[in-house]
Design a protein around this ligand. Structure first.
Ligand SMILES: [Zn+2]
Length: 159
């Protein structure tokens, strides 16, 4: 496999080592961070390294690695917002399918294993192509800022 020099990811790794990037308690930089909504026990945020345009995460405010340690009300609210998310991705981004899931533990592929989080990845037919398979590169064909605005607007109606 070839390696792509990606210095813009340095920030990601620095964040990872020093502090938890998912402990976003203050709302000061919500817009800049791509926070989509803030519910009572969890929030939604755009994925800075999306698998597809519109890929976002639902994260509990509580810093917790083990999902079985999350209070039931947190888990239920997260599940509810996952459902809203699927609905919104289908309605507004015209996603034909959505991958939802969690990577529990670094061994399972979690980038930030210490703070559990849901991924929602909208899918369209033909959204993966040869360049992903051959070049290990993903092409993002839509304006992420525009998608952010759409998701934020839709979630505002769910709060
Ligand atoms: Zn955290």
């Amino acid at each position: 496999m070839d390696y792509l020099y990606a210095p813009w990811r340095q920030k990601y790794f620095e964040n990872k080592e020093n502090t938890c990037p998912f402990c976003l308690d203050d709302t000061v930089n919500d817009e800049e961070r791509g926070v989509i909504f803030r519910a009572r026990t969890c929030f939604g945020v755009m994925n800075l390294y999306p698998y597809s345009p519109g890929h976002f995460m639902i994260i509990p405010y509580k810093h917790e690695e083990e999902i079985q340690n999350l209070e039931l009300q947190i888990w239920q609210e997260m599940s509810l917002f996952v459902r809203f998310g699927v609905e919104i991705l289908k309605k507004r981004l015209k996603a034909r399918g959505v991958n939802i899931g969690m990577n529990l533990g670094a061994e399972a592929g979690a980038g930030i294993a210490k703070h559990c989080h849901y991924h929602l990845v909208p899918r369209w037919s033909g959204d993966t192509n040869f360049i992903t398979t051959i070049g290990q590169i993903r092409v993002c064909g839509r304006d992420l800022q525009e998608i952010y605005k759409i998701l934020k607007e839709e979630f505002a109606s769910k709060l």
